[in-house]
Each structure stands twice: as C-alpha cells, then as structure tokens.
Ligand binder design. Structure first.
Ligand SMILES: Cc1cc2ncn([C@H]3O[C@H](COP(=O)(O)O)[C@@H](O)[C@H]3O)c2cc1C
Ligand SMILES: O=C(O)c1cccnc1
Length: 364
C-alpha cells in the first residue's frame, strides 16, 4: 500500500477505557467537579488519544510551518508580492518572525517545510526534520513538490499525483518528528495568497457559500474582497469538487501547504500524538484530513479561532471548540503555539493535582 493508504488505515478511534479512567480521575481531584470547563474534556480526549490515563504531557512540541505559493496570486487576491513567501521562510530560519518569538516564549521548536515555494531557497540552515526536536535553531525541510500551484480559478491547482506527494510529505514530517521524540505537533503555514484556496476548500468540504467563508486575509479592501469571493465562486463552479474525493478536492482548489498540512494531521493521528490546529489554513486542511480519515478528528485540538470567517465554519463542521480567541489573523502557527501551554496544562492536571483523599480535603 502507499504511505497515504497505510497512514489512513492506522488511524483508530479514541480509546474509551482510557477516557473513562481520565473522566473518573477528574472527579477525584481537589477542585469542584467541572470547574476546569473545557480543559477537563481536553484532558479526557488526550487520554483517549494516548490510550492511557493520565495522558503523557504533550511535550516537546514542534511547530511545522508549511510553505507554498499560489497561482491564484495572479488574480490579485492578496496585496503582497509572491516573493514574500520565500522572504518569510528566510525570516523563520533566521528566527525573526512572530512564530519564532512565540515559540521561544513557550519553548516550542520550529521547522520550516518548503513544499511548494515558487522561488529557490538559498540558506545554510540545517535541513533535517529529525534534529528539530531539542534544537534551538529552526530547521528547513526541502520537500518541494512543485514551484507553486496553478491558478485554481482557471485550471486545477495541481495534479492528483502532486496532491498525494504533498500529503505524503506532510505525513513524513509528522512521522520524523514523532519518531525523534516530539509529543505535540503544531501546524503552521506561510504562502502569500493561501487564504483563497483555504476558503475554496472550506466551501467544498462543508457546502457553505463562498461569501460566508472568504475573508480578508492579510487585510484587503472591499473591492478586492468582493473579487476574491467571485474567484472562489468561479473555482467551485469550474471544478465542482466532490467532498467524497478529498484528494481530488485538494488537487482542484487546494494549495501545496494545505495538502501537506492535511498529511501532517494524518501523520500525528496515526501516531496518536495531538496536533494543534492554527488558523484558517490548518482548519481547511483538517477538513481534508477528516474526509480521508474521520477518526483523525480525535487527534485534533483547535488552537484558536482565527478572525477569518471560514475558520469558524470549518471548526463547527469538525465539532471542535477553539481554546484561544484573540482576534489573531496571522497564520505561521502563531495561535496554535500560544495554545500549546493550555493543552499541556490540561494533561498536567491529571498528573499533578492531589485527590481529595491524598490531600485530606473534605468533599461536599
Ligand atoms: C509579512 C507577512 C507575514 C506573514 N505571516 C503569515 N502570513 C499569512 O498571510 C498570508 C495569507 O494571506 P493572503 O491570502 O491575504 O495573502 C499567508 O502567507 C499567511 O501565512 C503573512 C503575510 C505577510 C504579508
Ligand atoms: O487564519 C489564519 O491563519 C490566517 C489569517 C489571515 C492570513 N493568514 C492566515
């Protein structure tokens, strides 16, 4: 079988016995029952994912920033030049982007994956994902499938083979990181124009109208936004993507980083490690992952609620409630990195907190 088929086949539901044990343990801890709100449910889900209660602490964490370019950039859907994608990759590797600052603050590592950047990357950064674990220096993984997609408003973004190659690149990154000790995977993205394919994917997988899922990305005016909605509508009318064929949807209206992120989520789910979703790009990729393997949703944690309207539509479809809601609309993995300490805290409660019995605290 192929790596994609093997990975999908390895994804199983959450373990009900571990979840029941974690749920029972929550009730014995020195706090009023339910007082940790959704963190209690998150702790239970982490136990179900790991198959043990208490669940392992989700650390170390690595944020993988998948980078790609977009043919639809030719339709002026973003005010930024395409070269900014490659320039920001250099900035990530030099440690100067917002995601680097947040990663330093929280203790996460950064790996950048070139899965579809249009311009060749010149860098002396170390290039293996495995060594990212425990390293302070960002890594670059060279996994370029093609130098940017086709313009999805007039042609398929990529071929089916390219979509599968990008998904499998993401699976490989997840596998390398987990095999080298990562216990939490964090999604990141960089790709000028990538909120347009994200909107098209969300419309295709949820059935929502283009106007309800297309946002302002880096910050566009009303005229550009109106045109962007029209371009998403045109792409959907042209390709008629079938949500029952997730690879076909990714190939028609996706992006290389979206496809790789779908694979990254599947790779984490197959190895039963939590994957924290960042913003609208990760959320759109998560819809593709869930369409390929419905049980993959068990490994997903919605890090934050992006200001992009499509993000909320996608999360609702997945049945996920975001942890952080700060009006962020940056991407790169920033919101997900901020959520990581919250995810770790949800697990740590089940390790560290005394029980009413052990602490001699009276129950009501
Ligand atoms: C300097 C800069 C840094 C970024 N970091 C993330 N993005 C974000 O903005 C882009 C998507 O928005 P749109 O679809 O409107 O182009 C992606 O690259 C995303 O990661 C950035 C964008 C810029 C300009
Ligand atoms: O939701 C996101 O991650 C996002 C929003 C705007 C631009 N880039 C990314």
């Amino acid at each position: 079988m192929s790596l994609l088929a093997d990975t999908v086949a390895a994804i199983r539901p959450l373990d009900p016995a571990a979840m029941a044990a974690a749920h029972a343990r929550q009730a014995t801890l020195t706090k009023p029952p339910g007082s940790l709100g959704s963190l209690e449910d998150l702790g239970v889900r982490l136990a179900g994912l790991a198959g043990t209660s208490p669940p392992p602490l989700p650390e170390p964490a690595v944020v993988a920033v998948f980078a790609g370019d977009h043919g639809v950039h030719a339709q002026a859907v973003s005010p930024w030049p395409q070269e900014v994608t490659a320039q920001m990759v250099a900035n990530f590797l030099a440690g100067g982007a917002v995601v680097n600052a947040f990663a330093r603050q929280t203790g996460a590592e950064v790996v950048v994956v070139d899965v579809g950047v249009a311009t060749p990357l010149l860098t002396d950064a170390p290039t293996d994902a495995a060594s990212a674990v425990g390293s302070r220096r960002p890594r670059l993984v060279r996994a370029n499938v093609r130098r940017g997609t086709g313009d999805l408003s007039v042609e398929a973004a990529m071929t089916r083979d390219e979509a599968v190659a990008a998904v499998e690149a993401g699976i490989r990154v997840a596998a390398d990181l987990v095999d080298n000790g990562a216990r939490c995977l964090v999604t990141g993205d960089m790709g000028i124009g990538n909120t347009t394919p994200a909107a098209a994917l969300i419309a295709a997988f949820t059935g929502a109208a283009a106007a309800d899922v297309t946002g302002r990305g880096t910050g566009i005016d009303d005229e550009t936004h109106g045109r962007k909605v029209g371009i998403v509508q045109r792409a959907l009318a042209l390709h008629r993507p079938d949500p029952g064929d997730p690879v076909g949807v990714l190939a028609a209206v996706g992006g290389l980083e979206h496809a790789a992120l779908a694979g990254f989520v599947l790779g984490g789910a197959a190895r039963r490690v939590p994957v924290i979703l960042d913003g609208v790009i990760a959320d759109s990729a998560a819809l593709a992952a869930a369409a390929l393997a419905p049980d993959a949703v068990g490994a997903m944690v919605a890090g934050h609620r992006s200001a992009e309207p499509g993000a909320s539509v996608a999360l609702r479809h997945l049945g996920l409630e975001p942890l952080v809601d700060l009006g962020l609309r940056l991407g790169e993995g920033t919101g997900a990195v901020l959520a990581w300490p919250i995810v770790a805290s949800a697990a740590r409660v089940l390790h560290d907190v005394a029980t009413f019995d052990s602490a001699g605290v009276a129950e009501k």
